[in-house]
Write a protein that binds this ligand. Structure first.
Ligand SMILES: NC(=O)c1ccc[n+]([C@@H]2O[C@H](COP(=O)([O-])OP(=O)(O)OC[C@H]3O[C@@H](n4cnc5c(N)ncnc54)[C@H](O)[C@@H]3O)[C@@H](O)[C@H]2O)c1
Ligand SMILES: [Zn+2]
Ligand SMILES: [Zn+2]
Length: 346
């Protein structure tokens, strides 16, 4: 089969690899129909995720059809249409029993990281019963792929951890796919203000179409001043960090209201200053989280019923074997006006 293979920082190739085989009784082999590229794949290609070794097939998002199942898999059979979760979970360890699938002792985020991933014609999914989800025949396959990672990430790490409530003012720093997923799912709770901050005017414009009440370009305007002006000088009840650099976390800490919640989503590679000299008295909660994907079944229902329309996040379509061009588009997101790209294996 063909797959997108990582060959160390800056190097990748679309090349021939052996078709995966069942290794454990709990495995399934899925024939990929749709997959996508994540910001995290770009982090890997920059060399930011050194556990990823030469020869690894990338990708942790996608959907497809079951090709083969191990003898212990009871919920899926050949021919079933399935959503692949970016998190593989055994369902049995202490962390899984707490709903912290991301920290599963035998799984977690391993796809396209510690084991071969979804940017291929076939993928082996460990703990298939707990890591795959049935999707109805008539479901929009493109929309469903947004449930592998970005929707549960924006919702769990941003909206749930930030405890967004009706009437809240919410700031989201970063209008990439993850920040926009937080923007879409925050609206389950009818916040009064949804303020998006980014440096890319195209993404800010997209945010308006997805429900932002206000947008701020933090290069062109003083973001802190503007958030206070928009919130009767109190600051935001919730600040969601969806970039992953020190400046954006510090911006969240600068705009938070007394009693507010700062929910970090971004993957950070550098230390960040925490200004306890100003925050200690302000009753702030700070949360961090790796997406658990425990809310995937609920989010799937909202997508199937069109309450949530994540297909709006897809800006570009490619054939799977054109993935090198898809990477080029995604790597130049501002120039290409790209949000999510979808790859189809026909
Ligand atoms: N916690 C988790 O489980 C989890 C899961 C998936 C992704 N992530 C992380 O979430 C973050 C966002 O992911 P994404 O795919 O949306 O990334 P992305 O790179 O597509 O989007 C980031 C956005 O931040 C904007 N930005 C960059 N610098 C900025 C600045 N100084 N001020 C304001 N905006 C700025 C960019 O213009 C871009 O629109 C990444 O760090 C990613 O690794 C975390
Ligand atoms: Zn991802
Ligand atoms: Zn587990």
């Amino acid at each position: 089969m063909k797959a997108l293979v990582y060959h160390g920082p800056g190097n990748k190739a679309w090349e021939e690899k052996p078709k995966p085989v069942l290794l454990e009784a709990t495995d399934a082999i899925v024939k990929i129909y749709k997959t996508t590229i994540c910001g995290t794949d770009l982090h890997i290609l920059k060399g930011d995720v050194p556990e990823v070794t030469d020869g690894r097939i990338l990708g942790h998002e996608g959907m497809g059809v079951i090709e083969e199942t191990g003898t212990a898999v009871t919920s899926f059979k050949k021919g079933d249409k399935v959503l692949i979760s970016c998190i593989s979970s055994c369902g049995k360890c202490d962390y899984c029993k707490k709903g912290m699938y991301s920290h599963c002792e035998k799984g977690g985020w391993i796809l396209g990281h510690l084991i071969d991933g979804t940017q291929a014609e076939y993928v082996r999914i460990p703990f298939a019963d707990n890591s795959l989800y049935h999707i109805p025949e008539n479901a929009d396959s493109d929309a469903v792929v947004m449930l592998s990672d970005i929707l549960p990430t924006g919702f769990e790490c941003g909206v749930l951890n930030g405890q967004v409530k009706p009437g809240d003012s919410v700031v989201i720093v970063g209008a990439g796919p993850i920040g926009l997923a937080a923007l879409l799912t925050a609206q389950f709770y009818t916040p009064a203000a949804l303020i998006m901050i980014d440096v890319d005017n195209n993404r800010l414009q997209a945010s308006k179409a997805f429900g932002a009440t206000h947008t701020i370009n933090s290069v062109e305007e003083d973001a802190v001043k503007k958030v206070f002006a928009l919130t009767e000088n109190r600051g935001a009840d919730v600040a969601i960090e969806a970039v992953g650099v020190p400046a954006t976390f510090e911006l969240c800490a600068s705009v938070i209201a007394a009693g507010g919640r700062i929910a970090n989503i971004g993957v950070h590679g550098k230390p960040v200053d925490l200004h306890l000299e100003t925050l200690w008295s302000r009753n702030i909660t700070i949360t961090t989280r790796l997406v658990d994907t425990v809310t995937t079944p609920m989010l799937l229902k909202t997508v199937l019923s069109n309450k949530l329309e994540p297909a709006k996040l897809i800006t570009h379509h490619f054939a799977l074997n054109d993935i090198i061009n898809a990477y080029d588009t995604f790597q130049h997101a501002a120039r290409e006006k790209a949000l999510k790209v979808i790859l189809t294996n026909e």
